[in-house]
Design a protein around this ligand. Sequence first.
Ligand SMILES: NC(=O)c1ccc[n+]([C@@H]2O[C@H](COP(=O)([O-])OP(=O)(O)OC[C@H]3O[C@@H](n4cnc5c(N)ncnc54)[C@H](O)[C@@H]3O)[C@@H](O)[C@H]2O)c1
Length: 332
Amino acid sequence: MTESRLVLVTGAGGYIGSVLTRLLLEHGYAVRAIDRFFFGRDTLPPDDERLTTVEADIRELDEGAFAGVYGVIDLAALSNDPAGELDPEVTWSVNHRGRARAARLARRARVARYILPSSCSVYGFQDEMLDETSAIHPLTTYAKANRKAEEDILPLADGDFCVTVIRQATVYGASHRMRFDLAINGMVKGFRESGKIPILRDGTQWRPFVHVRDTSRAMLRLLEASPAAISGEIFNVGSDDQNVQIMPLARLVAESVGRPFDYEWYGSPDHRSYRVSFAKLRDRLDFQCEWSPADGAAEVHEAIEAGEVDPEDPRTITVGWYKRLLSDGVEI
Ligand SMILES: NC(=O)c1ccc[n+]([C@@H]2O[C@H](COP(=O)([O-])OP(=O)(O)OC[C@H]3O[C@@H](n4cnc5c(N)ncnc54)[C@H](O)[C@@H]3O)[C@@H](O)[C@H]2O)c1
């Protein structure tokens, strides 16, 4: 039997990481899971001999952490706009400098592949359909730090070190570290609680979405693709038909949950609207998403019904949980 290829996943205990880690194990990889486990350690499978978990800060890794590693998927970050504004200097130190440093260490340790999971939020909000060549307008600390990480890491690509950036759409679906601060998941939670879907005014804004298993599948595909097709490249990750306006999305969510549609407004009018092309991922890697927002909403609803995820768990609202950790004296 050949030895499993080892993939180092940072942020492996997180919303995407806990799904990605399972997918990698299912596909025969061994995983070194590195995380500070701010959301708990129980998000990863308890007994798989191919999984090693290491409680560590990505800012403090040394070259030894990358020994024997085939590929790195560098998910660790303060993972949304509000969390990124809690202490911008910390966000820069983790999301930008921490990941750029990890990429340099990986290259020095002769790791073959490195994937940076960035975000479509680097585009800011623009009217035309955006692709990987479009101008970018990162607006928040979170988006700016993602962009700087892309800028520092992409040029590390060479014949021995395959580097790929993915710009993920807003993710949805059930995970072992659940997040209800993501649009579709939050709609399901709010609808179940009040019978009304919370909608950010005025519901005409467009946003791109992707299921958590589909973005994980895209990362797996990149681990296995020919370096010539992907190295030094940026790929938007999502699906053209999952650019959705918020009001029709809310109707879909209500249908998936199986209750009569009703909604309530929240927030001030949101003029931030954008649509993204995912043609490069589809055409170059023959990648298709398998999940739709309706499937994801139904999945989240069923996971709550089955008691697999707890909508009252304070850890499911990322910024609220980080605030609580900070007030308890935890250094982020
Ligand atoms: N979820 C989305 O909609 C989405 C969309 C686009 C991009 N992304 C990006 O994907 C990545 C993963 O997002 P997620 O939704 O899984 O977030 P998450 O918050 O669930 O996971 C991030 C993980 O990183 C860990 N972490 C934070 N700081 C760390 C540090 N200094 N050292 C080690 N571990 C640390 C946390 O404990 C957590 O487990 C992030 O980079 C995020 O910006 C997510």
